[in-house]
Write a protein that binds this ligand. Structure first.
Ligand code: SF4
Length: 877
């Protein structure tokens, strides 16, 4: 690749190195230690997400284009006025794990050191705040002790509440490769759902929601009962064992919802394997008991001394590319920069002095949920949201949107138009991935450069630059006069040396003297990276082999964990679990641009057990209405025995930008973890009913489409396709004129229409041509439309005549490939089934026959499942 730039993937916390070219060609970086050249389907499709459509390219005030000076003057004036009239705590920043460390650093410095409030929180609060709190409680600081190499070296990997195969695919592939090399290595998955990660695991434990603490308490009690406690490590390095054990003794198998045999198999494996890594992510964190779950896991590692040595340790993996950077830099409302504590006067003084700041916050600020509650109460007079979309991503999302609307002055800096930018008084155009420069930290504490390889479009500016420009207008120009990200980074690295001198763990002072050129060429580096070597970390990058924890006595603390008897009180018929799917990222503002990624699971859906589906009278492809927490959603039915009866799973990705009634987070209540403040986003309680629309529709178009508005459309989802856009629809009453409706939905006022109406069946099929070219197709029926969608989509833009296009399925000579399973090579489910029936009976053979699964490997669990079900079906026939 020519003109290649080394940068880092902007999606998950694995932090894969990427080689990118200005033409948008993307490859994995073979030299990056996080991925050694591998990318998952999302990373591999980054080149398809770089277009400027949907981008915010100019400052806007009340929806009208403005120049930068006017917009920045207004932002500075309104924040200054709010502070003058109502005090520093009347303003707030809500930032993001998507922004870079340097952006985070100046935002945090402005709020905590110059405005004098700690009202800056980040969407990382929604993702891993409970891990932060659990680490701090146990270790005295927010430290992930291990490294990715531990996944290669472990003899047992336990995934708790982590669908690693879909959410951190490159790490999952790394574990799979290690298992292939060492078949004795075991994988256990603890998750209510039998996820893609559980496919092929040695043991899957379908735990009751929030049953994790009880399971790890049972493990701790059994570690003690079997004499597996590492007394030497405990005596030298750990406090609190007896109290933790006494609390653990109260756990019962019934609290886990698991069979006794399954629990015993897990306890045997864990206790009899020295090299055990326990990985967790959102299934643990997004709970009203998240910090305790983290504590219960860490307790077992501390009791056995399985921490800080190769192939063992507790391992939290983060959701966002720079969630870790945000934690380090003080992006959370309850922390100062460099893991220093707001509550500690010595720490506050040190930071204030280093920043030469006029003030410093003296108490923690508002955490995300509390922050938006304060907005709703009218306590926040000026709010700045940077790089995140809380009107979709927060629990009670619709109420959060109303709360933002209630704030007298709201600024949103972002890259694209979102549900949240639509609520702003001022919108500021920020640089996107590929255009901006700085650093991020991944889940193993490795700091990597993100580098620009594209020019800044329109008037877009770097977030750090925008923040510094506002700070200057508020009167603090001297302290925010950075000429580059390099200057910010070296100041930050120097501050970490101050923190280290106060005994803190986060130390990158060895990077504080980097020249601009050295920063430009900085290779990925794991912290700590002190100026002179110091105690705390082993030389191989791990923490705690020799103890040396960060509580004042140098010891870790085991915490007594009271396992919850039940989860969130169930007010509805179903327990609702929310999460991610393989090929989408957060609110789809980037991955939604990739036609390849949109084909795996194209619509917002609810996964439902066959028994529940039968009780409800729904079949695959029907719609269901979910009601809970005073909100509703309408979703496609996906029937699967991977989810237990009585539970529903709904992905979190859809917003009002791309769907009508596809948002799930309004259904989630206000419960938060009492220690971390993290919302229990994975725990809702809903009722579900068959949603019987009067008609269902599917349309494809050459030109962009928008979700339909208005109560006559209870459902509508936009899908980006290789030939334009498609939309799935449902309506409350058939229109008088199908053609007029189709023209309106597809924006095709002037195209020639060919219409086939079957009044007896209530169906409509319409093809639109312009100059002989097929520019739109519309199908409607009283039941969900049966149609070869991939085929219909493929015709758009061609000269296919109406008669052929309206058939809705290909001629026998052109088989329909079906729903895409492999995003890298566009291999559909029908193609795969045909190859399996032709003799490809394992993933390797299927890869040779179709190429599926031979690039990123993220679809491999699905390929395995497809092979099994196809062969079983064949055997039963
Ligand atoms: Fe990006 Fe995928 Fe790597 Fe995560 S695993 S950093 S999404 S390429």
């Amino acid at each position: 690749m020519k003109n290649v730039i080394r940068t880092t993937c902007p999606y998950c916390g694995v932090g894969c190195g990427v080689l990118a070219s200005p033409k948008g060609r993307i490859k994995g970086d073979p030299d990056h230690p996080a991925n050694f050249g591998r990318l998952c389907s999302k990373g591999a499709a980054l080149g398809e997400t770089l277009s400027l459509d949907d981008r915010v390219l100019h400052p806007e005030i009340n929806g009208a284009r403005a120049d930068w000076n006017t917009a920045l003057d207004l932002v500075a004036a309104r924040f200054s006025r709010a502070i003058r009239d109502h005090g520093p705590d009347s303003v707030a920043f809500y930032v993001s794990g998507q922004i870079l460390t340097e952006d985070y650093y100046v935002a945090n410095k402005l709020m905590k050191g110059f405005i004098g409030s700690a009202n800056i929180d980040t969407n990382s609060r929604l993702c891993m705040a409970s891990s932060v709190a659990g680490h701090r409680r146990a270790f005295g600081s927010d430290i992930v002790p291990g490294t990715y190499e531990d996944l290669d070296q472990a003899d047992l990997v336990v995934l708790v509440g982590s669908n690693l195969a879909w959410c951190h695919p490159v790490l999952h592939q790394r574990i799979m490769a290690a298992r292939k090399a060492r078949p004795a290595m075991k994988l256990v998955v603890i998750d209510p759902r039998r996820t893609a990660s559980a496919q092929g695991a040695d043991l899957h434990l379908p735990i009751r929601p929030d049953g994790d603490s009880a399971l790890f308490n049972l493990l701790l009690a059994e570690i003690n009962a079997r004499g597996a406690v590492n007394r030497d490590f405990l005596t030298r390095n750990v406090n609190g064992f007896d109290a933790a054990l006494a609390a653990a003794a109260k756990a019962s198998p019934a609290m886990t919802g698991l069979e006794d045999d399954a629990i015993k198999a897990f306890l045997d494996l864990w206790i009899n394997t020295d090299n055990v890594v326990t990985i967790w992510s959102q299934g643990v964190n997004q709970s009203a008991h998240g910090t305790d779950k983290v504590g219960a896991i860490i307790n077992c590692h501390l009791a056995t001394g399985r921490i800080g040595r190769p192939g063992m340790g507790p391992f939290s993996v983060t959701g966002q590319p720079n969630a870790m950077g945000g934690r380090e830099v003080g992006g959370l409302a309850n922390m100062l920069a460099c893991h220093l504590d707001i509550e500690n006067p010595e720490h506050r003084h040190a930071v204030q002095e280093a920043w030469r700041a006029p003030t410093i916050c003296t108490r923690p600020g508002l955490k995300a949920v509390d922050l938006f509650d304060a907005c709703a109460r009218g306590d926040i007079k000026a709010l700045w949201i940077i790089g995140t979309n809380p009107a979709v991503s927060m629990p009670r999302a619709d109420r959060v949107a109303a709360a933002i609307r209630h704030v007298p002055f709201t600024v949103v800096s972002d890259v694209t138009r979102t549900d949240t930018t639509r609520l702003a008084d001022v919108v500021l155009p920020a640089l996107a991935w590929g255009e901006k420069s700085g650093t991020v930290t991944n889940s193993e504490r490795r700091i990597s450069r993100q580098r620009a390889f594209l020019p800044a479009p329109g008037d877009a500016r770097a977030d750090w630059r925008i923040i510094c420009d506002v700070a200057a207008r508020m009167g603090w120009g001297d302290s925010f006069s950075y000429a580059s990200v390099h200057e910010i980074f070296t100041e930050y690295a120097a501050l970490s040396g101050v923190a280290a001198a106060l005994g803190r763990d986060f130390d990158i002072s060895g990077l504080s003297e980097l020249t601009a050129n050295e920063y430009a060429h900085l290779s990925p580096v794991q912290w700590p990276h002190p100026a002179p070597p110091r105690n705390g970390a082993t030389t191989d990058g791990r923490f705690f082999e020799q103890g040396r924890f960060f509580h004042p006595d140098g010891k870790a603390r085991m915490v007594p964990i009271t396992a919850p008897a039940v989860g969130v009180p169930e007010t509805g018929r179903f327990h609702l679990n929310t999460g991610r799917i393989r090929d989408q990222w957060h609110m789809m503002t980037r991955t939604g641009k990739s036609p390849r990624l949109g084909q795996h699971l194209a619509e917002p859906f609810t996964e439902i057990h066959p028994d529940d589906a039968a009780e409800m009278g729904v079949v695959a492809g029907d719609l269901v209405s979910l009601q809970g927490n005073g909100a509703g959603a309408v979703l496609r039915v996906l029937i699967s025995d991977r989810i237990p009866a009585g539970q529903l799973f709904v992905p979190m990705h859809w917003s009002a930008e791309n769907s009508r009634n596809g948002k799930v987070n309004p259904l989630i209540g206000a419960a938060t973890d009492p220690v971390s403040g993290q919302p229990a986003l994975k725990h809702g309680s809903v009722n579900a009913t068959h949603f019987r629309a009067a008609w269902y529709g599917f349309a494809a178009s050459l030109t962009p489409l928008a979700p339909p508005r208005g109560p006559e459309f209870p459902y509508g989802t936009i899908i980006r396709t290789e030939t334009g856009h498609a939309i799935e629809l449902a309506g409350t009453a058939p229109p008088d004129d199908w053609q007029a409706l189709a023209r309106k939905l597809l924006n095709l006022d002037t195209a020639d229409a060919s219409t086939l109406l079957d009044k007896a069946r209530g169906t409509a099929r319409i093809a639109f041509h312009r100059n002989g070219r097929l520019v739109g197709l519309f199908f409607a029926a009283p039941t969900p439309v049966e149609l070869a969608r991939a085929y219909a989509i493929s015709l758009i833009g061609s000269d296919t005549p109406a008669g052929e296009a309206l058939a809705g399925h290909p001629a026998a000579a052109r088989p329909d490939p079906g729903r895409k399973v492999c995003a890298c090579f566009n291999v559909g489910v029908n193609t795969l089934r045909a190859a399996i029936l032709a003799g490809a009976h394992d993933a390797a053979a299927l890869g040779r026959a179709t190429a599926a699964g031979t690039n990123c490997g993220a679809c491999k669990p699905e390929l395995d499942a497809l092979i099994t079900t196809t062969l079983l079906q064949t055997a039963a026939e």
